[in-house]
Design a protein around this ligand. Structure first.
Ligand code: CP
Length: 313
């Protein structure tokens, strides 16, 4: 693989929500809906293909759903069970690691703790590359998961009032979702967080520039009756600089049945998971709780993404 090849590469990758246009997203979600309804029609399309599954940060859903997605398409995967078991521990650069894995795999999914690492990986990959989360920056395949869940449960991606609650500062799933779903018409946002965990300024600036309506509030109950979607998030302990701040903020919002008393009948409650304390287990029985359905949609939409990036028709 030469420098010239890397510069001239023709294949697609997914690093941020901006890598797909709205029509491309709609096409991808429609493919995912087809897979959801008739999975057997897709079970051999990636025969002989290999996914490189590189996770340098803990993951249950993203990692297993990527690996399961490739297996369900008829392909297989390779991974490094523990970052400690890779040559990164000997000082190998991310660029060299990616070049190596690209020699073995047809497509790579990577999670890494550093913001910007996904872009470095994309630039050094000779096969399609997927960002499976880079630090507090972006998590675009969680956004695809969220969009498919909304499409399948609300039957629209437009005219929605979306409340995002919890750690809006460090929660990369929030950053990716707002960026992408704000491209669909007439969606509005209510950001519910403590002052220390407010949504980053660059996201607010972007929404203002595009005349997209949003408000910031501190109290979840006050706005519950306005929401079509409530997106709960965990306070991201691993991104805090000190434990005392985490302990003070971690239980700011705990969704329980009482707080849902004024909610719309057709509200949907989403959470990228893992959950810690922010949704009481009693809420799981509420038919509006969709977060475990969301988990399955995550695998389905990653099947669709693999097919599109590998240009399998
Ligand atoms: N939603 C999500 O990214 O979960 P994992 O950290 O378990 O992959």
């Amino acid at each position: 693989m030469t420098e010239k090849f890397l510069k001239e590469k023709k294949f697609r990758s997914l690093v941020t929500g901006d890598d797909f246009t709205v029509p491309e997203l709609v096409d991808l979600l429609n493919l995912a809906s087809d897979i959801y309804r008739e999975p057997n029609n897709f079970s051999n399309l990636c025969n002989g293909k290999v996914l490189g599954s590189l996770f340098f940060e803990p993951s249950t859903r993203t990692r297993l759903s990527f690996e399961a997605a490739m297996v369900r398409l008829g392909g297989s995967y390779i991974n490094i069970p523990e970052p400690k078991g890779s040559s990164v521990m000997k000082g190998e650069s991310l660029a060299d690691t990616i070049r190596t894995v690209a020699a073995y795999a047809d497509i790579i999914a990577m999670r890494h703790p550093l913001e910007g690492s996904a872009e470095v990986a994309r630039q050094n990959s000779s096969v399609p590359f997927i960002n499976a989360g880079d630090g507090g920056h972006q998590h675009p395949t969680q956004t695809l998961t969220d969009l498919l869940t909304i499409k399948e449960t609300k039957h629209t991606l437009e005219n929605l009032t979306i409340g995002l609650c919890g750690d809006l500062k460090f929660g990369r799933t929030v950053h990716s979702l707002v960026k992408t779903i704000s491209k669909f018409p007439n969606n509005k946002f209510i950001f519910i967080s403590p002052v220390e965990l407010e949504i980053p300024e660059y996201i607010k600036m972007d929404l203002k520039k595009r005349n997209i309506e949003f408000v910031e509030v501190r109290n979840l109950e006050d706005i519950m009756d306005k929401l079509d979607i409530l997106y709960m998030t965990r306070v991201q302990r691993e991104r805090f600089f000190n434990e005392a701040d985490y302990m003070r903020l971690k239980d700011t919002y705990i969704l329980d049945n009482k707080k849902l008393e004024n909610a719309k009948e057709d509200l949907i409650i989403l959470h990228p998971l893992p959950r810690v304390n922010e949704i009481a287990v009693e809420v799981d029985k509420d038919p509006r709780a969709k977060y475990f359905e969301q988990v399955r949609f995550g695998m389905i939409v990653r099947m669709a993404l693999i097919l599109r990036l590998l240009e399998v028709r």
